[in-house]
Design a binder for this molecule. Structure first.
Ligand SMILES: Cc1cc2nc3c(=O)[nH]c(=O)nc-3n(C[C@H](O)[C@H](O)[C@H](O)COP(=O)(O)O)c2cc1C
Length: 116
C-alpha cells in the first residue's frame, strides 16, 4: 500500500518553493510513495491525519518560521495531537543566514506531536 508524504510549505520569494519542488521530485521517484504538496494556507487537520510522513518547509523571516506556516500549526496542532505519534518528519528551512530559530520552532512543535 502506498505511503503518503505530506509537504506543507510557505515561501515569499520562491526559495522554499524551489526546495519543496526538489523534495517532491525526489520522493516521487521512490516506489510506493505518493506526495501531496500543499501551501500552508491550504493545508488542514484532515491532511495531517491522513498522511504517513511530513516535510514542513519555511523561510526564516525575522528569526522565526513564516507566519503562514505557524498559522497552519495553530490550526492543526490540537486536532492531530496524540493521533500521529511516531510518524517521521523533516524540516526544510530556507534562510539568508543560519535559520536556526525557525528550525528550533518547527522541531518544538514536532516534538509536541511526538513525531520521529
Ligand atoms: C522580512 C525578512 C526577514 C528575514 N529574516 C531572516 C532571518 O531572521 N534569518 C535568516 O536567516 N534569513 C532571513 N531572511 C532571509 C530569508 O530567509 C531568505 O531570503 C529566504 O531565502 C527566503 O525564502 P523564500 O524565498 O522561500 O521566501 C529574511 C527575509 C525577509 C524578507
Amino acid at each position: 500500500m502506498a505511503k503518503t508524504l505530506l509537504i506543507v510549505y510557505h515561501s515569499m520569494t520562491d526559495g522554499t518553493h524551489q526546495m519543496v519542488e526538489a523534495a517532491r521530485a525526489g520522493a516521487s521517484a521512490e516506489a510506493g510513495v505518493g506526495v501531496r504538496l500543499l501551501h500552508a494556507s491550504q493545508a488542514g487537520p484532515a491532511d495531517v491525519l491522513t498522511a504517513d510522513a511530513y516535510i514542513f518547509a519555511t523561510p526564516e523571516n525575522l528569526a522565526a518560521m513564516s507566519g503562514q506556516l505557524k498559522h497552519f500549526f495553530d490550526r492543526t496542532y490540537y486536532a492531530a495531537l496524540d493521533q500521529i505519534v511516531g510518524r517521521p518528519y523533516a524540516a526544510l528551512i530556507c534562510a539568508g543566514s543560519d535559520g536556526n530559530n525557525a528550525a528550533r520552532q518547527v522541531e518544538r512543535i514536532a516534538t509536541g506531536w511526538r513525531l520521529s
